[in-house]
Write a protein that binds this ligand. Structure first.
Ligand SMILES: [Zn+2]
Length: 336
């Protein structure tokens, strides 16, 4: 498995659907597109093959400048990740690792590929790094940072006043990029929402127009920063239902689970029902410790929150719950 590097925009890249991208690119590819200013803005997308918004926005961006016969205002290095999974509209293929969990070393060919990419990124100055995703559940658009430094927060603020700070999982690209340049992840809503494409396109245009990352002085609005404190995992091979009715399950979660995202939930809020008393949800903190007892109680069949928290990324899309997690729990974070 090789990293492909191309220094021009391949034919048809600007118009193919994400599912046909494999006909244009042989696999994970770094495109280096020259613009008026250096150093380049690094844009990463399609690490998850079922999250097309970033790719669709980049296509519109490239079309906009090509149609006007103008160069981009700043060079762009564009990494298109899991082209093979995009063909099947899957997060990753069954025999692949999650492409946003391979950035901290490991034994697989995919680990070697991204190490090669990171070495190239490190050897070249970058203006900033942006990794573009969708969420499977309903969430407001928000930016994630792995450092609370001014440039990271101010870059995030260009996308959304809502910013999530997390340090785990450690194997994500934004964590690796954070050692190289100001870097953020943008979560641009659900995959089929055209508003997400418009918003990401506007954001990328803003980034390309910048001469420097904004400072607090140039954009003094206070963001709402949340610190991700734990993630909720379900046991392997358990059976999950949504809503109260279905009984042949181990866990059921409330119908409106996704509406809890980014809304402060009071102590004792109902999350779902445990049908199988032999199984437990695992609430795992950023140090990898099981802290379930601080967050979740089981009374009769009911699963309730022990304390007030702000959830994010809660999803009722069961394949992602099984493959990744049910969602995250956060606390409001006061910036100094
Ligand atoms: Zn993603």
């Amino acid at each position: 498995m090789n990293l492909h590097i191309i220094d021009e925009i391949p034919n048809h890249l600007r118009e193919v659907a994400p599912a046909e991208l494999h006909q244009v690119l042989p696999g994970p590819t770094l495109l280096r597109i020259r613009g008026e200013k250096e150093p380049p803005l690094f844009i990463c997308t399609l690490l998850h093959g079922d999250e097309p918004t970033g790719f669709l926005a980049v296509q519109q961006l490239l079309n906009r400048y090509t149609q006007q016969d103008k160069p981009l205002p700043r060079s762009v290095w564009l990494f298109l990740g899991n082209v093979a999974a995009a063909r099947d509209n899957l997060r990753h293929l069954p025999d692949q690792p999650d492409y946003n969990r391979i950035w901290k070393g490991g034994p697989l060919p995919e680990h070697r590929l991204v190490e090669e990419l990171l070495a190239i990124l490190k050897s070249n100055k970058l203006f900033a790094g942006v990794d573009i995703h969708n969420t499977s559940g309903q969430n407001p658009h928000y930016a994630c940072v792995n450092k609370l430094d001014g440039p990271f927060i101010n870059l995030g603020k260009l996308f959304s006043p809502m910013i999530v700070y997390f340090t785990r999982p450690e194997e994500v690209i934004s964590r690796a990029l954070a050692d190289i340049c100001p870097a953020i992840t943008v979560e641009s809503g659900q995959a089929r929402d055209p508003f997400g494409v418009d918003h990401v396109l506007d954001f990328l245009e803003q980034c390309l127009a910048l001469d420097a990352i904004p400072t607090n002085a140039s954009n003094p609005t206070e963001p709402r920063v949340y610190h991700s404190i734990a993630r909720i995992e379900v046991p392997d091979n358990c059976r999950i239902g949504i809503g109260e009715t279905c009984r042949k399950t181990d866990f059921n979660f409330i119908e409106n689970l996704e509406l809890m995202n980014f809304v402060e939930q009071a102590e004792n809020t109902l999350v779902g029902w445990r049908r199988n008393p032999d199984l437990k949800l695992a609430v795992v903190d950023e140090q990898g410790q099981d802290v379930s007892e601080n967050f979740i109680s089981y009374t009769n069949e009911e699963i309730r929150l022990i304390r007030s928290v702000v959830p994010s990324m809660l999803t009722t899309f069961i394949p992602n719950v099984m493959d990744d997690c049910l969602g995250y729990l956060m606390q409001r974070y006061a910036l100094e």
